[in-house]
Design a binder for this molecule. Structure first.
Ligand code: ADP
Length: 283
C-alpha cells in the first residue's frame, strides 16, 4: 500500500495529488511577482548535493532556450554557493530604482539575478541563517524587475532545506528538473526530490545525468569514467523522463571558468528543452 503523504491527521487519502487543500496550502505562502515582471513559466533545477553540475545544467538549458528565441532569466537561488554570474563574466552591483532591482544581462541576453550581483565583495562568504536566505529568494521574485520572460530558471541550492522549500511554496514553479551524477546514490536522490516535489504538488519534468561519460577526443569512444549510468533505471522506476545525459566536456569547464559561458552550446540538453517547451509559451 502507498504511504500516506498528507501531514493532516484528519486526512485519510494516500496521495495529495489533486487535493484542493494542498493547492490552498500552497497559495497561502505565495509571494507576489514584481508588478513590472511578467514571467510565464518558472522551472526549478535541483540536485541532491553540490558539485553535480546543477549550475552547469541551468546555464546550459538557459543558453539552449535563448538560442531558440525564448526570453530567459536565471534566478541564482544557490545563495551560499552562487556561480551563475562568474560563469557569464557578470559583475555587480545590479542597478535598482524605486520599482525594484534590475537583473544583469548576459552577452546572449539572459537576465540574471544573484546575491553576487548585490554584495559589494563577491568573494565574501554569505554567512546567513536559513530564514534570511529564504527571504532573499522571495525578494528575488518580488523585488526584481524581470520584465517579460518565457522561462525563469531557478538554480536551487542542493538538498531539501529552507531555500528549496521557500521556492516551492512562494513561487509558482511549473516543474523541476533533477540533476544527478553516476557517482551518487541516484535512486535515493531522485526519489527524495521526487517525493518533495510530490508533497508540494509540483510536476517533475525529467532527470538529467551529468558527467555521464567522457568522449575520447581521438576515437570518439564513450568512456564511463564514474561507472555505468544508473539514471535510466531510476527514471523508469518512477516513470520519469531522462531529460539528458551530459558528457564531461572540458570545453564547457573552460568557458565557465573564463566567464564566457554565453558562447557555450550543449546539445545534450535538447530533451530537457523539449520538456520545458511543452509547457506552452505563447508570444
Ligand atoms: P553545482 O551547481 O551542482 O554545485 P556546478 O555546475 O557548479 O555544480 O559544477 C561544478 C564544476 O564542474 C564547475 O567547475 C563546472 O564548470 C564543472 N562541470 C559541471 N558539469 C560539467 C561537464 N559536463 N563537463 C565539464 N565540466 C563540468
Amino acid at each position: 500500500m502507498a504511504e500516506k503523504e498528507c501531514s493532516s491527521a484528519s486526512c485519510s487519502k494516500e496521495s495529495c495529488e489533486g487535493c484542493p487543500s494542498a493547492k490552498k496550502e500552497q497559495k497561502r505562502f505565495a509571494v507576489d511577482m514584481n508588478v513590472y515582471s511578467d514571467v510565464k513559466h518558472v522551472i526549478g533545477i535541483v540536485s541532491g548535493k553540490g558539485g553535480v553540475g546543477k549550475s552547469m545544467v541551468t546555464a546550459s538549458l538557459a543558453n539552449l532556450l535563448a538560442s531558440k528565441g525564448y526570453r530567459v532569466g536565471i534566478m541564482d537561488a544557490d545563495i551560499t554557493g552562487p556561480s551563475i554570474p562568474r560563469m557569464y563574466g557578470l559583475k555587480g552591483p545590479a542597478q535598482a530604482d524605486d520599482n525594484g532591482i534590475l537583473p544583469v544581462l548576459t552577452d546572449n541576453d539572459i537576465k540574471v539575478m544573484s546575491i553576487n550581483l548585490l554584495m559589494p565583495d563577491p568573494e565574501a562568504p554569505v554567512v546567513w541563517r536559513g530564514p534570511i536566505l529564504a527571504n532573499m529568494v522571495k525578494q528575488f521574485w518580488s523585488d526584481v524587475i524581470w520584465g517579460e520572460l518565457d522561462y525563469l530558471l531557478v538554480d536551487m541550492p542542493p538538498g531539501t532545506g529552507d531555500v528549496p522549500l521557500t521556492v516551492f511554496q512562494s513561487l509558482p514553479v511549473d516543474g523541476i528538473l533533477i540533476v544527478t551524477s553516476p557517482q551518487e546514490l541516484v535512486q535515493m536522490i531522485v526519489k527524495k526530490a521526487y517525493n518533495m516535489a510530490k508533497m508540494m504538488n509540483i510536476p517533475i519534468l525529467g532527470v538529467v545525468e551529468n558527467y555521464s561519460y567522457l568522449k575520447c577526443p581521438d576515437c570518439g569512444k564513450e568512456i564511463p569514467v564514474f561507472g555505468k549510468s544508473k539514471v535510466d533505471a531510476a527514471a523508469k522506476e518512477l516513470g520519469l523522463l531522462v531529460a539528458g545525459k551530459l558528457p564531461i566536456d572540458p570545453k564547457l569547464t573552460e568557458l565557465s571558468d573564463e566567464g564566457e559561458f554565453a558562447k557555450a552550446e550543449n546539445p545534450y540538453l535538447e530533451p530537457a528543452a523539449a520538456a520545458v517547451a511543452v509547457l506552452d509559451v505563447k508570444h
